[in-house]
Design a protein. Structure first.
Lengths: 117, 118
């Protein structure tokens, strides 16, 4: 079964600093990859997704992620953090191999991003 | 477009009591998911519906949890009797369908119900 590992349960940055949230996946085939964001007391929201094609994916709110097959990574970045970026971020992959997951996702354990003024 | 609605937002019960959660997905979304999110962890799928049929309930503790989606729209998740370890946020999500295309992974989440079992 595919899985994801998020390195670092908490990341703290200053406002204006680079944001880097790490995600590694385990898969023998190029997967679909997703980042979801969860603001306090809210449900998850899709931030960006990689399916096929360009390996650098742009999402909402200035976030982007790069799919690196050689490193089995899909790290999330943002050049300049804003206070409103404070949230929990989840990396996710389809649960089954190939097309068998029927929409099911396996989520990482999450990374809480704190932004200091 | 209205989002996924859930109620109640918060619930506190004692162990061995029963509780029910309600979810109304986005209009037209055939697939509905219930997730359990324990503090410090990512969401874990409990059950997945396509219209009013169950696609996957392999992770649902069926001795105490049940869920239904009778008319293919609203859904309820019930716990009876509750245990301390059921304390979590219960998230409902929906998507257009789960059959094909990458859109099947674009799930829209409700705000969740935070359950505390004492």
């Amino acid at each position: 079964a595919q899985s994801v590992t998020q390195l670092g349960s908490h990341v703290s940055v200053s406002e204006g600093a680079l944001v880097l949230l790490r995600c590694n996946y385990s898969s023998s085939v190029p997967p679909y990859l997703f980042w979801y964001v969860q603001y306090p007391n809210q449900g998850l929201q899709l931030l960006l997704k990689y399916t096929t094609g360009a390996t650098l994916v742009k999402g909402i709110n200035g976030f982007e992620a790069e799919f690196k097959k050689s490193e089995t990574s899909f790290h999330l970045t943002k050049p300049s953090a804003h206070m409103s970026d404070a949230a929990e971020y989840f990396c996710a992959v389809p649960s089954g191999a190939g097309g068998t997951s029927y929409g099911k996702l396996t989520f990482g354990q999450g990374t809480i991003l704190t932004v200091h003024p | 477009e209205a989002g996924v609605a859930q109620s109640p937002r918060y619930k506190i019960i004692e162990k061995r009591q029963s509780v029910a959660f309600w979810c109304n997905p986005i209009s037209g979304h055939a697939t509905l998911y219930w997730y359990q999110q324990i503090l410090g962890q990512g969401p874990k799928l409990l059950i997945q519906f396509q219209n009013n049929g169950v696609v996957d309930d392999s992770q649902l503790p069926k001795d105490r949890f049940s869920a239904e989606r009778l008319k293919g729209v609203d859904s309820t998740l019930k716990i009876q009797p509750a245990k301390l370890e059921d304390s979590a946020v219960y998230l409902c999500a929906s998507s257009l369908n789960h059959f094909s295309g990458t859109g099947r992974y674009e799930q829209y989440f409700g705000p969740g119900t935070r359950l505390t079992v004492t």
